[in-house]
Design a protein around this ligand. Structure first.
Ligand code: DP6
Length: 328
């Protein structure tokens, strides 16, 4: 008998970043992080566990992928087979509605959707916390995409990772009109993966200690600001946290620099807009594209200013999105 399950999960943007692992194989972070799940971009993944198959078959965006070069995906499925005691191979069909051109990575939504669809197809009944731990084993940020709204990923202390999971802080129905504008300056594949970039930073940056010492207070301040709906306070800590993360990676050796001239142009624009009274704050992940946090009443103005810059190729607007769910 073939067992099918299909799931959808949305991308998230870290407001307080995850940067650095204390265990590479279990994907255990050096610090806790806090994110906002977004409502526009998602991955849908269908998993069919089939006793007839002699190998896993994986299709991403309708293309069959070579399972040898994508051994991480097979390793992830092996983990689920081990947990479930069901040895059969599976066909995995995944569609990313996360266009590269939108400037978001698809690993968070991808592994969150795969964790839910595969665990269900293999007959595992996981709690949201267990699902978040499982998704984390695929990609750290995926542990956050299990939940909607504002999400906190606990660093945890245990060496087996069982206390390193995400939880919902405030769900997506929270009435607070904040939006995220994604401004894309490049869709080229990044020269250094976030996985490598964080490793290099942890091993060589003299500033990394300072980063770790400041993250927890950034998280406290962000949680307080979200609960109090204090946009200024949230924006300030979000922007400062992203800059601190980039400063630590720039001070690694060899240095890890994701900024381009277009990134800097947007940073300057956002800071200039603030001086002119339009409240907007930026955050930047492991790439050159910029996400701008603003209040809905200002989104139009901020978007218009961004598209005037020749470096900006496209802009997309997102708000709070839902957690991962089974579909059909
Ligand atoms: C800068 O979750 O993609 O976006 O755990 O190695 O798969 P792996 O890394 P990933 O890294 C995300 C880094 C970041 C910050 C964040 O999302 O918190």
């Amino acid at each position: 008998m073939i067992n099918h399950s299909k799931a959808r999960a949305y991308t998230n943007i870290a407001l307080i970043k995850y940067w650095g692992k204390r265990d590479e194989s279990l994907i255990l972070p050096m610090n806790s992080s806090l994110s906002m799940t977004l409502d526009r971009y998602f991955t849908e993944t269908e998993v069919s566990v089939d006793p007839i198959l002699s190998n896993d078959q994986i299709l991403i965006d309708q293309n069959t992928i070579d399972v040898i070069s994508h051994h991480n995906l097979v390793r992830f499925l092996n983990l689920i087979r081990e947990m479930s005691g069901n040895p059969y191979f599976a066909k995995v069909e995944s569609i990313n509605r996360v266009p590269t051109a939108a400037g978001f990575a698809s690993s968070a939504s991808g592994y969150a959707a795969l964790a839910l669809a595969a665990s269900s197809a293999y007959g595992l009944k996981l709690t949201p916390k267990e699902l978040s731990i499982l998704a984390r084993r695929g990609s750290g940020s995926a542990s956050r995409s299990i939940f909607g709204g504002f999400v906190l990923w606990h660093r945890g202390q245990l060496i087996n990772g069982e206390d390193s999971y995400s939880e919902s802080l405030i769900d997506e129905v929270y009435e607070w009109p904040i939006e995220v504008i994604s401004a894309v300056v490049s869709t080229d594949k990044k020269s250094i993966s976030s996985r490598m970039g964080m490793k290099q930073t942890v091993e060589t940056s003299p500033l990394y200690k300072g980063w770790l010492e400041s993250v927890d207070s950034d998280i406290m301040r962000a949680i307080h600001a979200i609960k109090a709906k204090d946009f200024t306070s949230l924006g300030e800590v979000v922007e400062h946290n992203a800059l601190k993360m980039h400063a630590t990676m720039m001070s690694a050796w060899p240095s890890v620099i994701y900024f381009t001239s277009g990134t800097l142009e947007i940073i300057n624009l956002v800071q200039r807009m603030r001086q002119e009274g339009i409240e907007a704050y930026f955050t930047i992940d492991a790439g050159p594209n910029v996400k701008i946090l603003c209040q809905k009443s200002d989104t139009g103005k901020v978007k218009n200013a961004l598209i005037q810059l020749s470096a900006v190729q496209s802009v997309e607007i997102c708000s709070l999105g839902k957690g991962a769910s089974l579909i059909e």
